[in-house]
Each structure stands twice: as C-alpha cells, then as structure tokens.
Design a protein around this ligand. Structure first.
Ligand code: GLN
Ligand code: ZN
Length: 785
C-alpha cells in the first residue's frame, strides 16, 4: 500500500528560509544565496520524505512566499501594475519570475520606478496561514509559466526522487481570487483549463507520472452551476492525450454534493480528508465509492498534533478498501500547518510530549498504517500496543481534568450579557472618556526592539533576573507611553513588550497549555508562529496583565487600553485538545479571561480590548454549520466581557476579517468598538456595516502594518474620508490595521505621526462643515449623543 503526503513546512531546519528571505530583503545576501538556501530546504525535505518511506512525494509544494502567489505566476495572471518590464527578463528558479517582481506582488515595492501596492492577504480557508489574493479583472490574461514546477521536478529527479508535482487547481484558484471591478473570476474557468493543459503537457514532457491538483474549494458549499463548470473544466483538462495521471485532492472538510461529481470525473485519483471531514466515508458509501480510481485517504491529521489513533485509522482504511480502486494512506492536508518535529522539544512535559506527533512523527505513522493496512494488525502489533498505551495514558492523565474548572463551567450562565444596552453604554463611556471625534489609538503592540529581545533572551536563559527583566520592560512601557503622548494619540496602549506572541504569552500563564520551543508554523511569507498545545482544563492561577496595564496607566493621564487575547483566538491559534468539543474548551477560556478583565476593571482600567482576530477564520467552511459556531464563539466572548461595567469600554480587534460574515456577531458580542484590517483593501470592508445590527464604533485600519511602506497623511486622509462617508464621523476611530510588533521603530513613528496628522485634519474639516444627514455634530462635546 502506498503512502502520500500533501506537503511539508517550507522553512527548513532552524527556519533557514526565513533567515534567507529576510537577509535578502535587507540586502544582506544576494539572489544566488537566497536561491541556494531555498534549494537546500527543498532537497532536505525530499530526502526526508523519501527516507521515511513515503511513496507519493510532492514537489512544488515549496514556496518562497506563498503557493497561491506561485499559482498566479504559473498561470501568468500577473496584474498589470507588476507587468512593466516583464517580457524577456530572467526568472528565478524558486519563484518562476524575477525575484523582485515576485516580492513586489507579495510585499509591495518598486516596478519600473513606480511604487506598487502588493496583492491583498487573506486566510487560507479556516487556517491561520495567509495567502496572497489573485486579482482577476477584464484585463487579466493567462499564459502558462511552467518554470518553477518543472524545475522542481527536475531538481528532485536529480536526487533520484520521483515526485508528484502539485498545483493549486483552477476552481480553487479562481474561488480564492478577488474580482477587479465587476469581473466574475469563475467565468474564466474554461480559459484557465487551457493553461492547465499546457502546464500538464510541459510536466508530462519533463517526466512527471502523476500530478496533483488541489481543489479544497470543493469542501465549501458550491452551487450546482459551479459543479457543472468544475466538471467541464476537468473534462477539458483531462482530454489532452499527453498528460500525466491526475489526482484531484480536497482537504479541510467533506466534499458534500461534489462526491458524485468526483466519482464521475475522468481523473485517476481523488484525495479526501477523513480528519476534518469524517462525513466523507458516508458520502463515499452512498455514492458507490470510487471503484475505478485511486483514493488518497487523508487519515493522518495535518491540522493538529495529537498522536493518531492507529487502530481507528486501520479500521477506517479497512472500510475504504472495498470502496475504491487503489487505496493510498495519506496526510489529511499539508503538514505545513504543524511543526516539523518533536525531536527538538526537550522542555515539554514528557507525558504531554508522548501524546503528540509533529510532521516527522506523522510520516512514521503513515508508514505504520500502510504496513498495518497491508499485512493486517499482526504486522504492526508492537506499534498498536504502544499506541494504545499512549492514548490510554492521555485519557486517564490527571493533567487533563481539573474539577474546579469543571464546576465553574457548570455554573456559567448559558446566555451571559452585559448589564446595559449599547446606546446606554456609549453615552456613559463618552462622558467618562471625553474623547475628541475620530479618536486615535493603536492595536496594542509596539515594535519589539533588538534590546527588548536581548533582555528577554537573557532572562530566559537565567543570565538576567526577574527584577532586571521587569525593569527593562518598564523602561519600554515608559518609552511607548511617552511616544504616544508626543505623537498625540487619544487612547494609549502599553505596547505589549512582555509578550513575544499574543497567544503564547497568555498560554504560558494559564493552566492546560504546553509551549513547544521550536514548534514553528508558517503564518505568511517569512513569518512563523509557535502555537501552544492546549491539552487540559484551563484556569487562571493569577493575574495575566494587570501589573502592566496599571503601570502604564500610572505614567499618563490619558486612558490606557487593557489588552487581552480573546477565548476564540486562544483556541484557534493553539493546537486544541480533541477529547472534548471546542465549544467546551472555549467556555473554559472565556471564564479565565473574564477573571482577568474583572481584575483590570477593579484596578481602574476603563478601556479593555479583547482581541479576536481568529473569530472569522474559525467560521465553519459550510454555511449550515456557521450559526452553531457563532453561538458558542460569541458566548465564550461574552463570558470574558460580561463583567465589564457599562462605563467600561470594550474593544475588539479582528485581522483580515471578511467582515461581512461577522458584523452580526459583533452585535451579539456586545462590543463597543471594533477595529480591523482594512488598509490594503481600501476600506471596502466597511460596506458590511451599512444596515447591520451592530451599533458600536468602528476603527478600520488606515495603515497596512504588513507592508514596509509608510502611508502619507494624504493617503490616510483619503481613507478616512471614505470611512466618514460610509459609517459617519460619529462612530469612526482612527488606528493602524494591526499590532506594530513586527515593524521597525522608524517606519512606525513616521506612519503613526501621519495617522494623527490625518485624523486632525479631517476633524478640523468636519468641524468647519455642517454635519451630514444622520451624522452627529462632530464639534459637539463628546459625551453628548
Ligand atoms: N493586540 C495585538 C497586537 O497589537 C493584536 C494582534 C493581532 O490582531 N494579531 O499585537
Ligand atoms: Zn490584527
């Protein structure tokens, strides 16, 4: 029985690619050195997979920045602003196009002397990986650019490893695109089919036996028309005489109505996810299976880190065997979403560690499953026995269950509410805070300086004591508070210097979490995160943020915003226990964070931001499941915030939220102010607020913190006027897109100064004119409604 893997992490050992990319961007290394580093990462990964006995080894799963951007290049859909000078220039083997053009699409840059804005970033389905959004407009042209995918096939072949090149499929590519002025991306499917035929022809000529096309868009609701178009596209693609065998892979859920379409598709294999989409089994049985096809059965979870239940997987494989032509034991999706290997984790509690499998351990699980599925349970007797012990030890462990937490969960209200309605809260808060119209604030973190990182490292390694570290952090808070006062901000933050990561910091102080040291997972480009492992009941042994918030408040007369990470984000950005429903875990988190909010309030903090950047990403991919999710997610949030008195202003922050889907949730969350990322999409997200039930204030980001470009006051003003036009001046806040943690100080100070300048100039202009219909008079004293 063959084994298959969708893909592996792209950073390489010790995140080699990250350092190379950042070195290249900073001008410390040249293109050749970057190419060499990228090639070393790819070669190491192929050898690793080959050595682990994986039969279907992917190529082109690697990316210098993002696989959706790679697909933009592969199908030639480079937007017009990046095209000047494109024809005839040299290409990078790792990018398939000139490196600087590639990075300009990813991060913004200069093309032919013009500053160009990058593509938008958005979450890859319900993961915390961000991809760049292809732009499809009437001017978009397609042309096959097979360089990268063909070169990688050859590069692996050079090592004697036969790989299956992977491409994002045409349906998913267009579904993940954005329409430029009224275009309908999906209308381009037929055209794109021709480009894929060409790519496949090139791959066949280069010696590819199989190619995998990924179509995770099939795990979302697709209309009958879309399925017809999908089928037509694949019929066309497969009609080429000279093509490799094709496997169409899906992941992140079940395929629903698409199962029968997949069954009849003239392709050679289908990939199904049985971890996120256990329904796939039933669907397969009901539609008669895939008797003439290869099934890549995704039984080893690419989205979580728990040891596989080998006996259960073998039982599942047994049922699948009779339903399909050939059965291949596979990952459920790319291992890009889990850390590389457990071997680097020396400091984890050995019990917790024994319950975990990262990517390399998952490769071993695949090999055992293939042996067991082929030779029967006796062929893997020892592995099964050891696996049973591990699962039993986890079930019985005293580390997992805390009776005190269980009792608190029992006692928690089923429909927690704040004590006053939105309008009343707003009046009380305005009277208390006395803010000007268009109040300015930031999202929380300030740049983490080299000195700060050095003091943290010294403290971690024991070279510096607690007092010394705390003094360094306090000095940083002083500096950040002074800076905000000088720049003229209205609601200050303490800058979060004590947090290396907004989830990890809290996880380190709560019970029930373990923190892998080297468990990096790519978030976007060179950025990686280390998700905590949430294995047990969650409680708060002591304050999490109170000393920092109160210290910062002691340094200024302006209000300082307390800063908490919300329960849903804690859950989504951790690897979460699978022995109870996520709703139960979210309740525990909501209660713990609520205790912290109560302490902040008691300490005199009058504005608290509870960040929920992951709320939208956690939305189930199928519409039918969304209400249930929003019900428990908003309840968890309210468990955290119900304790806020009416005069305590509750903010929340969301990242790249497709806001339309969560605007209604904002009303249910009873927040007073929401900020979100909007600069890169020119505030188009704001439209979602028109006619929505949410009555609170709105802070669309006016500075794109994911790009090194500093917006001018005029840029910011233009965005603000747009926002005034959509939501009115009365509800508008002025803030960057997100935290400033990853930016440098110089660019940050420049951008923040421009934000304040723009806010002041819009305020002045508004004061000079009569308020528009439905607008509050912006010159009226605040507190009045
Ligand atoms: N308060 C956090 C920060 O500023 C929010 C970050 C986020 O939304 N990802 O860093
Ligand atoms: Zn954010």
């Amino acid at each position: 029985m063959r084994t298959a893997v969708h893909g592996m992490g792209r950073m390489g050992e010790r995140r080699a690619l990250k350092w190379a990319l950042e070195g290249y961007w900073a001008g410390r290394i040249d293109a050749a050195q970057l190419e060499a580093a990228a090639s070393a990462v790819r070669r190491r990964t192929w050898k690793l997979l080959d050595g682990a006995g994986i039969d279907v080894v992917p190529s082109n799963d690697f990316s210098l920045y993002d696989h959706v951007l790679d697909t933009v290049v592969a199908v030639g859909a480079v937007p017009a602003r990046f095209r000047p000078g494109l024809a005839g220039e040299g290409v990078s083997a790792s990018a398939g196009i000139a490196l600087d053009r590639y990075f300009a699409m990813a991060r913004g840059g200069e093309i032919a002397g013009q500053t160009v804005a990058p593509l938008e970033l958005t979450k890859w389905f319900d993961t915390n990986y961000h991809h760049l959004v292809p732009e499809i407009g009437s001017g978009t042209t397609f042309a096959a650019r097979p360089t990268k995918v063909v070169d990688e096939l050859a590069e692996a072949a050079g090592l004697g490893i036969d790989t299956t090149p992977v491409l994002l499929g045409p349906l998913t590519f267009l579904v993940r695109s954005t329409a430029v002025v009224g275009a309908d991306p999906l209308a381009r499917l037929d055209e794109l089919a021709g480009v894929y035929m060409e790519l496949l022809g090139e791959l066949a000529a280069a010696g590819a036996n199989w190619v995998r096309l990924d179509e995770p868009a099939l795990v979302q609701d697709r209309s009958a028309d879309e399925l017809v178009a999908f089928r037509r596209t694949y019929e066309r693609i497969t009609s080429a005489l000279d093509r490799p065998r094709l496997v169409v892979s899906t992941y992140f859920g079940h395929v629903g109505d698409a199962m029968s379409v997949l069954r009849d598709l003239p392709v050679d294999g289908v990939g199904l996810d049985f971890c996120a989409g256990p329904e796939n089994l039933d669907l397969l049985e009901r539609t008669g299976g895939l008797p003439d096809k290869t099934l890549h059965a995704g039984v080893v979870d690419g989205r979580n880190v728990w040891v596989n239940d080998l006996a259960a997987s073998l039982a599942l494989l047994d049922r699948l065997r009779d339903l399909v032509g050939e059965l291949v034991v596979s990952s459920s999706c790319s291992f890009l979403h889990v850390p590389d290997r457990l071997a680097d984790e020396a400091s984890l509690d050995p019990a917790v560690r024994s319950w975990l499998a990262f990517a390399e351990e998952k490769l071993a699980e695949l090999a055992v499953l293939a042996r067991g599925a082929e030779g029967g349970p006796t062929a893997v007797e020892d592995d099964l026995a050891a696996n049973r012990d591990v699962l039993a030890s986890r079930r019985r462990s005293a580390l997992v269950a805390d009776p005190v937490v269980r009792r608190a969960v029992e006692a928690a209200p089923s429909d927690p509410r704040r004590s006053a309605p939105a309008a009343e809260r707003r009046a009380l808060q305005r009277a208390r805070l006395g803010l000007p119209p268009l109040p300015t604030t930031t999202i929380g973190s300030f740049p983490q300086t080299a000195e700060l990182r050095a003091s943290r490292a010294a403290w971690r390694s024991g070279r510096a004591g607690d007092d010394e570290y705390a003094a360094a952090l306090r000095a940083e808070v002083d500096r950040v508070v002074d800076l905000q006062e000088t720049l003229g901000f209205d609601v200050l933050v303490h800058g979060e210097p004590e947090r290396d990561d907004m989830v990890r910091y809290f996880a380190g102080l709560l019970t029930g979490f373990a923190l892998p040291e080297e468990g990096w997972v790519q978030s976007f480009g060179s950025r990686c995160v280390r998700p905590p492992v949430l294995y047990g009941d969650v409680s708060r042994p002591g304050p999490l943020t109170v000393p920092w918030a109160t210290y910062a408040q002691s340094r200024t007369d302006l209000p300082v915003k307390g800063m908490l990470t919300g329960p849903v984000t804690m859950l989504r950005w951790s690897f979460v226990r699978d022995d109870q429903p996520p709703s139960a875990t979210a309740t525990q988190l909501g209660l713990a964070i609520g205790d912290e909010l109560a302490d902040l309030q008691a300490a005199g903090v009058c504005v608290v931001q509870v960040d929920e950047p992951a709320l939208r990403e956690g939305m189930p991919l199928r519409r039918a499941e969304r209400d249930a999710y929003l019900a428990w997610a908003t309840r968890a949030f309210r468990l955290a915030t119900r304790v806020a008195e009416p005069a305590t202003q509750v903010h929340t922050h969301m990242c790249y939220a497709e806001l339309a889907d969560v605007v209604d949730a904002l009303a249910a969350m009873e927040v007073d102010v929401v900020s979100f990322e909007a600069a890169r999409s020119h505030l188009t997200l704001l439209d979602a607020f028109e006619g929505a039930a949410y009555e609170g204030d709105v802070g669309p980001g006016v500075y794109d913190v994911h790009s090194p470009l500093v917006p001018s006051p005029a840029d910011v003003e233009a965005l603000l006027w747009r926002a005034v036009g959509v939501v009115g001046a009365d509800r508008l806040w002025v803030n960057p897109d997100c935290g400033l943690k990853t930016r440098g100080y110089d660019e940050t100070v420049a951008a923040l100064a421009n934000i304040v300048a723009a806010a002041r100039s819009v305020r002045a202009a508004l004061a000079d004119r009569r308020p528009g219909p439905g607008e509050r008079d912006p010159s009226a004293p605040s507190g009045e409604t």
